[in-house]
Design a protein around this ligand. Structure first.
Ligand code: GZL
Length: 319
């Protein structure tokens, strides 16, 4: 009997030690936290600033960052999240490229007892226990700000073409909703065409070229991000028209290239979307890794810029 008891005790001890040694119940052996981050891609100036903010903040916080770029493909983000589960990281964070299709992989993370943080973009799920918190912007309000500016700065019939972000992405869905809500009270403002430009400069240029070929009465472009707005500027110039004058342009983000075009008069109004989420994200990583309760939705500060405001703000912009 004694022989079996000792053997059984050895097996239990080995199991417990093995479990504790792989850091599955907290930070690594030296106390360093590991964060697995699955980024959308590198599609825009905003994304670049967001990535740099996360990488710099992880370094400053002494957090080991495992980082992946999904090239705007959901299957790549899901693959990265699964690899972080396999690695048994302390926390997983990601910016969901689209709103749906995440429940299965997030359930796997939950069963592996790895907390998940959503940054930048949200998911559309019935089960909000699948993530600890969302850190990012109110995209519907961003759309409202764009629409309100147009209502306040239009005189008479105004035809708008809309360059939408990636189909199914929270910022694309919400910025469209907010803009439509804000202009719905003005019978003069009509969205005569809307199409997905995938948040990229080339996508914005291609869609704007198509709009210009099929419409000769475009007054305003509403682009869901600066990069598509900058692509539209190229198409408008190629058509022999003056951006900011013949066709006015409203965009969202306020990255450097967009702010420079605004200050030069090629863009007329920009709604800021703050990409600098890194510091707040690392604080949240430390809190959830320690098992602390965190607020379910944390929205960041952001503003808007006219051409005059852009000129004044440019010298101090971080991105
Ligand atoms: C918004 C972010 C969007 C930016 C685009 O938070 O998800 O994705 O507005 C980026 O520039 O591609």
């Amino acid at each position: 009997m004694k022989k079996y008891t000792a053997a059984a005790a050895a097996i239990v001890l080995a199991a417990v030690t093995a479990c504790g040694a792989d850091g599955s119940d907290g930070a690594g052996d030296d106390g360093t936290l590991t964060l697995g981050f699955a980024q959308v891609g590198a599609e825009s100036g905003w994304r670049t600033a967001n990535t740099e903010s996360i990488q710099q903040a992880a370094e400053e916080a002494g957090i080991d960052l495992q980082f992946s770029d999904a090239q705007q493909k959901q299957e790549n983000q899901i693959r990265s999240i699964r690899s972080y589960i396999q690695q048994d990281v302390d926390v997983i964070a990601f910016s969901p490229v689209v709103e749906t299709g995440w429940d299965a992989v997030l359930l796997e993370a939950q069963r592996a007892d790895i907390p998940v943080i959503l940054t930048d973009r949200a998911i559309d799920s019935e089960d909000d226990s699948l993530y600890e918190t969302f850190l990012g912007s109110d995209f519907v309000e961003e759309g409202r700000k764009a629409g309100r500016w147009l209502v306040d700065n239009s005189d008479g019939p105004t035809n708008v073409v809309e360059l939408q972000g990636t189909t199914g992405a929270a910022p694309a869905i919400d910025r469209k909703e907010g803009f439509e809500e804000a202009v719905s009270g003005s019978s003069d403002i009509e969205v005569i065409a809307t199409q997905d430009g995938d948040f990229t400069r080339s996508g914005g240029k291609e869609v704007m070229e198509a709009f210009l070929n099929s419409h000769d009465d475009i007054d305003v472009v509403y682009a869901h991000n600066d990069d598509m707005g900058l692509g539209a500027i190229e198409a408008i110039r190629a058509a022999g028209l003056e951006p900011g004058e013949d066709i006015r342009i409203i965009t969202v983000d306020a990255v450097r290239a967009g702010m420079e075009a605004l200050a030069e008069g090629e863009i007329n109004f920009i709604v800021e979307c703050n990409p600098l989420l890194g510091e707040q994200l690392m604080e949240l990583v430390e809190q959830v890794a320690a098992g602390e309760e965190v607020t379910k939705r944390i929205e960041v500060e952001e503003t808007t810029f006219t051409q005059e405001e852009a000129e004044a703000a440019l010298p101090d912009r971080q991105y």
